[in-house]
Design a protein around this ligand. Sequence first.
Ligand code: B12
Length: 510
Amino acid sequence: MNITLISTATYPSDQGIRTISSVLKSQKHKVKIIFLAFTENYSKFYPQQVLNQIINLSKNSDLIGINSFASTAPRAIQVINKLKPLNIPIVWGGIHATISPEQCINHCDIVCVGEAEETIIELTQAIQKNKSINKIPNLWVKQNNKIIKNPVRPLIDNLDSLPPVDYDIQDHYILEKNKITKFKEQHLDGQIFFLTGRGCPYGCAYCSNDQLNKLYEGKRKQILRWHSPDYIINEIINLKKRFKTLSYFDIRDDTFSMRPTEQIKQFCKQYKEKVNMRFKCLTDPHTVSNEKIKALVDAGCTDVIIGIQGIEKVNKEIYHRNQTDAQVLNAAKIVNKYKDKLAVMYDVITTNPYEKPEDIINMIRLLQEIPKPYFLSVNNLVFFTSTPLYCKAKEDGIIKKHEDSASNLNYWDRASHIRLKNKNMYLNLILNLMRGSATNSRFGPMPNKLINYLLKPQRIQRNLRNPTLTKTVLIAVGFSDNIREKILKPTYRALPLSFKTWYDKIRYRV
Ligand code: B12
């Protein structure tokens, strides 16, 4: 069959759609992928000429597949509506379809919930043999205004049984400067996002993983699964051979350090011997250990991101994240030992309307305690549909209409997030302004002394009571965000890869 897969994700390293493509190719289907990535803005719609190009590329297909995040769902709908007159079966899959099939089925007659490797094969077989698709596990099907909801099949047991992710770029297209062009190596921008496992056992209240855990409850004891170190190293070696301009791998497992120590050591040993290229990964305070970090740094890990998210009380009571402040400080102490070789970024969540002023103050105090240097990433809370936190906020009247969930806002648009939540604006602004490099004397653009000055109890009280000054500063913040996103970022993107590689090496270092 001729199959067109369309990714509306923000970056073209979308591993989900690439895996689906590989599985289809292993059954001898002809597959093309169109990456409709708008890196600068994920809530943007596609212009008419792009939609026409999508039609041209898809019109001879026997099946079209599309995926989206929650935030890119509106533009997935835009594409689906444009493609409907072709009368080709369209299936909508990916994380948003998995979490919110009720929404997706209103716009697309076939929705795939959960892992799709086996489902997509069954779907192609049914279409080829002109058989009914109504009983295929994982599929929701709309027929004559009736919705058939099939349960999900069990999760894939052995991830190593999957073919390597599809990086045959001759079959791929990408949206660039409002035009779809043939995919070239340069579009990877020197990096590949790579997952070495699937699933997360934590189930934090703001995260889609909680939904996945519930979806697969009883289907498998452990939702967390890993590829073997041998499998990953082989894939990474092949990608490195294929793409000469790669400068690093970005391992994006939710928590890479959750792997047992022995596996990390095995992976690191092989990575150092056979790959020998810098890489990045994500960790969390719970699973960081000196042994693991030592092995990672020795193998060439130059950057880790550690998710703090909230202070102990907020993590436990609001995010259902079992993490203590002592664990944060302990992990920070460990990674700081490697500060000459390892750049550390901490993730925190702000503009949570359930936080009390003292929670935000305690968050800032905790950040001040963490040994420097580090880079602070301040992320504004988005209530993703169906997550426990979303349901709670809906029940509590915090989310009255869809826009209140903040999922329409770009995540860099700090001023809009702070304004939308309209709670503890003064303190959330201070925390947002702390984003950036943290040294002994400053946090982002703010000197440490200034933070202490701004956190004087009377000043806090005054500004929380009367947010006029905060609102004025937010206008300036919004303005500078716009300059960064509309002028600085596109300029940066146009710079040669060699500069970006150099800059990337130094930017999180202080
Ligand atoms: C890598 C990653 C990124 C990368 C690259 C993403 C990209 N390609 O654009 C980066 C770092 C850029 C990124 C950014 C963001 N991300 Co992100 N990211 C991930 C991550 C860690 C892995 C995704 C992945 O590859 N999974 C592995 C593959 C195999 O799984 P999968 O994609 O679900 O695919 C399977 C099925 O869904 C299905 N499927 C997938 N595609 C298709 C297509 C068809 C046709 C079919 C039938 C089936 C199907 O089959 C696949 C195989 O079984 C996930 C978390 C996770 N562990 O999944 C978060 C995740 C996708 N990210 C998320 C978010 C929110 C973001 C941001 C929007 C952050 C924010 N707060 O705003 C930003 C966007 C920033 C920007 N500048 O625009 C959320 C999405 C939640 C939601 N409901 O939409 C996730 C799920 C994290 C979470 N746990 O909540 N992300």
